[in-house]
Design a protein around this ligand. Structure first.
Ligand code: ZN
Ligand code: MN
Length: 432
């Protein structure tokens, strides 16, 4: 019997707002002296009342819009109750049945659509530090705005998942709402995996969650390991236990942490200290208007308006700096879009590390002859000339050097401004 993975993800994003989610403490906690950015609210002291951060809510909803979600015009916060030392209130303020955003999707390059269950707002917890037999708690992170994106279990394999997660990361960076940096923990991933016999329609009765995945490489390894582990169990007639597992980077294995809670274990109920929200359609539309150009839009623009190839459009639309440099240099109006794109994508630029459009333009000024013709165009003409001149080609192959000058001349008849050296390289590559 063969097995297939049922794979979904939860992505937590720390927002880069100035202040925390429900108090005025700074939200930027990275590398700060422990417990210097706290107050009665984020320490969960009795009587302290939360006041929601309007900017964080706006950013959460904008992210939902960028992920093609429906925005709930009525929404509220709920308490998710559980005990853990990094959660001083004994509950996390999160969203349960009426999150800000639901039912979104994102398309992969293959055209496959991945559905997004929800995008909701919550608060981060404190940070535990295990230190020579003691556990220390840093509450600087407690109450930092956290957005959670939950996908449907739609991924056919881990490659699809990584492509999706990278796209999400890029969208977040385009929106400039978070650094989405996995090493620093501002983007944190949890995979939900279960394995079932290939072709089975219903979801397996168990679901295993893997936490602490802090790089795309580890996500890939952990998921692959977990799929094998569960497949082995099923093959030997056993059923994997529903649980939360960690990933050990050193051994490349996942390990059991605790049995996994069901939603009812959390005793969710509406947060009594924060009134529910009502948005108008006009408000949501106004936020939609404010969205920046997103990667998919950029890709289409590069292909339709600037006539770039799919692969160049893909590369440039997923690199914010490269894209901006391209647009600004093209605007100077001195060099064709294709030439600029080629220089950037194929890293033919040499000079300052992060050139301005003026610097790139100056570089093109000095090297335009060599850059003048699109390499795809050169290749096309070279191949044509080779197939039309078999005699010259066999002469060149048998060592007659002059024959190659004839071939170069033929190419130059079509492409006057192409660089001789580049043509020669292309001829050699296509003959030998
Ligand atoms: Zn605070
Ligand atoms: Mn969460």
């Amino acid at each position: 019997m063969s097995y297939e993975a049922v794979l979904g993800f939860e992505v937590h994003i720390e927002l880069a707002t100035k202040s925390k989610m429900f108090c005025g403490c700074p939200a930027d906690h990275f590398g700060k002296i422990p417990n210097t950015q706290t107050c009665p609210v984020c320490l969960g002291l009795p009587g302290a009342l939360p006041v929601p951060n309007a900017k964080a809510i706006e950013w959460c909803i904008k992210l939902g819009l960028a992920l093609n979600c429906r925005i709930n015009l009525f929404s509220k916060f709920d308490r998710k109750n559980y005990f853990y030392p990094d959660l001083p209130k004994g509950y996390q303020i999160s969203q349960y049945d009426q999150p800000f955003c639901i039912s979104g999707f994102l398309d992969l390059d293959s055209g496959r659509r991945i559905y997004i269950t929800r995008v909701h707002m919550e608060e981060d917890t404190g940070k535990l530090q295990h230190d020579s037999g003691q556990t220390l708690i840093d509450f600087n992170r407690s109450g930092v705005p956290l957005v959670e994106i939950v996908t449907d279990p739609d991924f056919k394999n881990i490659e699809e998942a990584v492509e999706f997660l990278k796209k999400v990361q890029l969208i977040i960076r385009c929106l400039e709402i978070s650094s989405a940096d996995m090493e620093k923990g501002s983007m944190r991933l949890e995979a939900n995996i279960s394995v079932r016999p290939t072709g089975q329609k219903e979801l397996p009765k168990f679901k295993i969650e893997i936490k602490n995945l802090n790089s795309f490489r580890f996500v890939k390894k952990a998921v692959e390991y977990e799929i094998n582990r569960q497949t082995d169990l099923l093959e030997s007639g056993r059923t994997p236990v529903q649980e939360t597992r960690g990933y050990n980077e050193n051994t490349g294995q996942t390990f059991s942490q605790r049995s996994k809670e069901d939603a009812h274990d959390y005793r969710y109920f509406p947060e009594p200290d924060i009134p529910p929200f009502e948005f108008t359609k006009e408000q949501i539309d106004a936020w939609r208007q404010e969205l920046p150009e997103l990667p998919e839009f950029k890709k289409k623009l590069l292909m339709d308006k600037y006539q770039l190839s799919l692969s160049n459009a893909q590369i440039m639309s997923s690199n914010i700096d490269m894209y901006n440099l391209f647009i600004q240099t093209e605007k100077l109006g001195q060099y064709p879009a294709k030439m600029i794109a080629d220089v950037l994508v194929n890293k033919r630029y040499s000079g300052t590390e992060t050139p301005t459009s003026d610097e790139l333009n100056a570089f093109l000024n000095q090297n335009s002859t060599a850059m003048a013709v699109d390499p795809e165009e050169i290749l096309k003409v070279v191949q044509k000339v080779i197939s039309q001149n078999p005699k010259a080609v066999s002469d060149f192959k048998s060592g007659k050097e002059q024959a190659v000058f004839f071939l170069i001349g033929q190419v130059k008849r079509d492409l006057k401004s192409a660089d001789t050296q580049v043509i020669l390289e292309n001829i050699k590559k296509n003959i030998f």
